[in-house]
Design a protein around this ligand. Structure first.
Ligand code: 13P
Length: 252
């Protein structure tokens, strides 16, 4: 089985000093396990402080977004080389809040994926349907479209560096996670789409779930071998609940 990845997406929470406290609290109680990789994605301004605290640990620093350009007149943007230099390992790309609040298009997301890979940042590509799309039985076609456009132009060897996060929009921040069956079904679809399109081994693609993951439902979700980890929002802002989710993700 693939090593599970648990990423804490802090979103727009925590100042630098609050970020340091949260990381110190995580470090106090977290016991690494070979079957799980832990990652945190603080806001940009806290990355440097987080990087210093995580330097001698196994916890991977992650950015919440990235610009597709390397440098230039792009006010307010952060480039892949900046993220590399501060110590980022992963970068979340195409989160539903970026797509729906900030209007990121499939084309933007595709450019970001290419930019991240050019600079050896590992993308966590988020895909997911809205409630009305699920109700109209469009889940599979929406996901298929997001995968195809997001990964357009990549070679099959690039797929080894990509994690897909299935985040149904209706489950994000609502307290209503997908059921095990709902998540496992879409994860299987993601795997088979990628295998078909890229000719890769479906079992080698890491697909994590996001959307109201908590210590109360993580055990249920991790029952499925289809679910290779979690992208955690609210529950990652508390050290105990975040570390508990990581613990529930371990396997022998
Ligand atoms: P919640 O865990 O708060 O639902 O957020 C999920 C998410 O968007 C992670 O990227």
């Amino acid at each position: 089985m693939l090593r599970r990845l648990i990423v804490g997406n802090w979103k727009m929470h925590k100042t630098i000093s609050q970020a340091e406290s949260l990381i110190n609290d995580i470090l106090k109680i977290y016991q690494p396990h070979p079957s799980v990789e832990l990652a945190v994605a603080p806001p940009f301004v806290a990355l440097q402080a987080a990087s210093r605290l995580l330097a001698v640990t196994s916890i991977k620093l992650t950015a919440q977004n990235v610009c597709a350009k390397d440098e230039g007149a792009f006010t307010g943007e952060i480039s892949p080389p900046m993220l590399r230099e501060v110590g980022c390992h992963y970068v979340i790309i195409g989160h539903s809040e970026r797509r729906h609040i900030f209007g990121e298009t499939d084309q933007d997301i595709n450019e970001k994926i290419h930019a991240a890979l050019r600079h050896s940042l590992l993308p966590v590509l988020c895909v997911g349907e809205r409630l009305e799309e699920r109700q109209a039985n469009q889940t599979q076609s929406i996901i298929q479209h997001q995968l195809q456009t997001g990964l357009d132009g990549l070679q099959s060897k690039d797929l080894a560096h990509i994690t897909i996060a299935y985040e149904p929009v209706w489950a994000i921040g609502t307290g209503h996670a997908a059921t095990l069956d709902q998540a496992a079904e879409v994860h299987a679809h993601i795997r088979s789409s990628l295998a078909k399109q890229w000719g890769i081994n479906p079992d080698q693609t890491r697909v994590v779930y996001g959307g109201s993951v908590s210590p109360d439902n993580a055990q249920m979700l991790f029952q499925s071998p289809q679910i290779n980890g979690a992208l955690v929002g609210k529950a990652c802002l508390n050290s105990e609940s975040f570390v508990k989710i990581a613990k529930l993700a371990t396997s022998d």
